[in-house]
Ligand binder design. Structure first.
Ligand SMILES: O=C([O-])CC(=O)C(=O)O
Ligand SMILES: [Mg+2]
Length: 252
C-alpha cells in the first residue's frame, strides 16, 4: 500500500479515535513536528477539541506509547502531507513517464542534476516564489520571514561559489514559517543544522562564508537555473531523483 493510501486511512479511521490529533490540528499547520513536540501534546478532551494553551499541563510525563509512536514515527510522515505539501506524493520519475506531452511542450521541465540534497524533507513540492540575488541574502531573509504556505523558495544566486545564501537559522525559520523547501542556485552553510531541520533544501554546495547584507536583488521575476527558466507561481517537485518545474500543478 502506498503511503498516500496509508495516510488517508489514518485520517479516516484512526484520527477520530485519537481526538487530540484532530484533522484541524494536523492540516492547519505546516509544522507538525512543533505541534507534536512532547511538551506541547494536548490532553484528550471529551469534545475532541484542542485544549486552550492555558489548560496544557507543563509536562506530559508519563506520556504513553501511543503518543511516542505518533511523535517519532507518524509526525515525519504527516509533515509531508500537510497543507501545500500534498503533491509531495508525486514521484518525479513517474511524473516524467506519464506527462510526455507536457515535457514536449516545455510546460514540464527537468532541471539539470547539479544540486546536492540537504534537509530532512527529501521530497517536497509547492508553488514557486522566485528571487534573484548575488552574494547578498537580505532579500532571502525578507521572504523567509513571511509565511511560506507550503511554497518553495527558488533563489537564483547566479551560481556563486564564493559565499552562502542560506544557513541553519534561515532554514529553520523557513521551516517554522511553512515553506516547503528552498532551492538555491548557489551555496548554503551550517550543513549539519540544515540536515537536522525538517525542511527540504537543494543547493549547489556548501560554503562557510556568509554573504553581503546590502539588500540588492529582485523578487518574483523569472530566473534561469540549471538549464531552465523558472517563473514565480509555477510548481516545483523535488525528490531523490531530481527536480521538476511545471507551469501548472500536476495531478497525482
Ligand atoms: O546569516 C547568514 O547569512 C546565513 C546563516 O548563517 C544562517 O542562516 O544561519
Ligand atoms: Mg548560521
Amino acid at each position: 500500500m502506498g503511503s498516500g493510501k496509508l495516510i488517508l486511512m489514518y485520517s479516516k479511521f484512526l484520527l477520530p479515535i485519537q481526538p487530540q490529533l484532530s484533522v484541524r490540528l494536523v492540516f492547519r499547520s505546516h509544522d507538525c513536528r512543533t505541534l507534536f513536540l512532547p511538551h506541547r501534546l494536548p490532553t484528550i478532551t471529551p469534545s475532541g477539541q484542542l485544549p486552550r494553551s492555558s489548560h496544557l499541563p507543563s509536562s506530559y510525563s508519563p506520556f504513553n506509547y501511543w503518543h511516542r509512536w505518533h511523535y517519532y514515527h507518524l509526525c515525519p510522515l504527516l509533515q509531508r502531507y500537510t497543507k501545500g505539501q500534498l503533491m509531495a506524493t508525486i514521484a518525479t520519475a513517474e511524473a516524467c513517464d506519464s506527462n510526455a506531452a507536457l515535457l514536449a511542450s516545455h510546460d514540464l521541465r527537468v532541471l539539470q542534476p547539479v544540486f546536492q540534497i540537504y534537509g530532512q524533507s527529501r521530497i517536497f513540492s509547492g508553488p514557486v516564489v522566485t528571487l534573484k540575488v548575488f552574494e547578498d541574502n537580505v532579500l532571502v531573509r525578507e521572504l523567509i520571514e513571511s509565511r511560506g504556505d507550503g511554497k518553495v523558495l527558488v533563489i537564483d544566486g547566479g551560481g556563486s561559489m564564493r559565499c552562502a545564501l542560506v544557513g541553519g537559522n534561515l532554514a529553520q525559520l523557513a521551516h517554522n514559517n511553512g515553506w516547503a523547501g528552498i532551492l538555491v542556485n548557489g551555496c548554503i552553510r551550517d550543513v549539519d543544522e540544515i540536515n537536522a531541520c525538517g525542511i527540504g533544501v537543494r543547493a549547489l554546495g556548501s560554503h562557510p562564508m556568509k554573504s553581503y547584507k546590502k539588500g540588492h536583488g529582485e523578487k518574483h521575476g523569472p530566473v534561469h537555473i540549471a538549464g531552465t527558466f523558472i517563473h514565480d507561481g509555477e510548481w516545483l517537485y523535488a525528490d531523490s531523483d531530481g527536480i521538476l518545474v511545471s507551469t501548472t500543478e500536476l495531478s497525482v
